[in-house]
Design a protein around this ligand. Sequence first.
Ligand code: NAP
Length: 281
Amino acid sequence: MAEVEPKAAIIGWPVDHSRSPLIHRHWLRELGLKGDYERLPVAPDQINRLKALLVEGNYVGANVTIPHKEAAFRLADRADSVARELGAANTLWFEDGQLLATNTDGFGFLANLDERLPGWDRNGGKAVVLGAGGAARAIVWALLQRGFAPVLVLNRTLEKAENLARHFGAGVLAAPLSQAGTVLKDAGLVVNTTSVGMHDEGTFDFTLEQVRPDAVITDIVYTPLRTRLLREAAERNLRVADGLGMLLHQAAPGFEKWFGRKPLVSAALRQIILDDLGSSA
Ligand code: NAP
């Protein structure tokens, strides 16, 4: 009988623009492994069939993106402590017929900063997270793991920031985005998790004047790679890290589970994605 090659997928709606197939196919090629990674668009009215879709398609697992991360967590047979903490999953795999789930967004965020700015978390202190969506939740979790305190979540819709702060309890505070100017005073880390700055659209109405001189500024928007926020930070000689590495690093744990080898987030991989972003800009 012919050996079945392992196959994984990115599940979302839509998924046409996902770069995940480029990342995983690069790793399969680089490591000389048999297998594939596909796009699997799943409409919201079909997501309850998640496990059946994966079984029918012979997938060994999947990544999950917007808008299905919460559903993936709910529909998995078992979720690890990170996915449970976040109430959302972006990585699924099978073990003994059970569909298991984790969330690697926070891991990807930390791994990117560890790689680009070694020692970035050494001074800790006050961190400001702009935005209170799904990515912000994973990042707040990650910052708490590294001992940042307090973590201030600023959001256009205050209620969402308040919900997030309540979820994590003491150490996480909420404020409206309009208060960024004052809240940024003495911040050691500023993270943009809103879509402001994507394709150079939208601007924040604050400056980085008040942050600490040793502050790190990072943006998880990576189109363009140097967002307006990062450009301003660089002009002020602050340390900056773009968000592309988060995308690359969050992919690695899933690859290892599905294909059995630890992949490398290399300059060559980064260039492949940059070339693709350039060609689709
Ligand atoms: P989400 O759950 O939809 O949250 C979107 C956030 O952006 C909310 O806080 C929203 O505020 C805010 N926002 C949107 N438009 C805004 C505007 N004009 N002014 C101020 N705030 C605005 O999305 P998500 O999953 O967290 O993703 C957020 C961004 O991160 C997206 O751009 C996504 O592509 C990027 N991302 C990157 C990576 C990576 O690997 N680098 C990973 C995940 C996500 P309200 O609550 O007020 O609407």
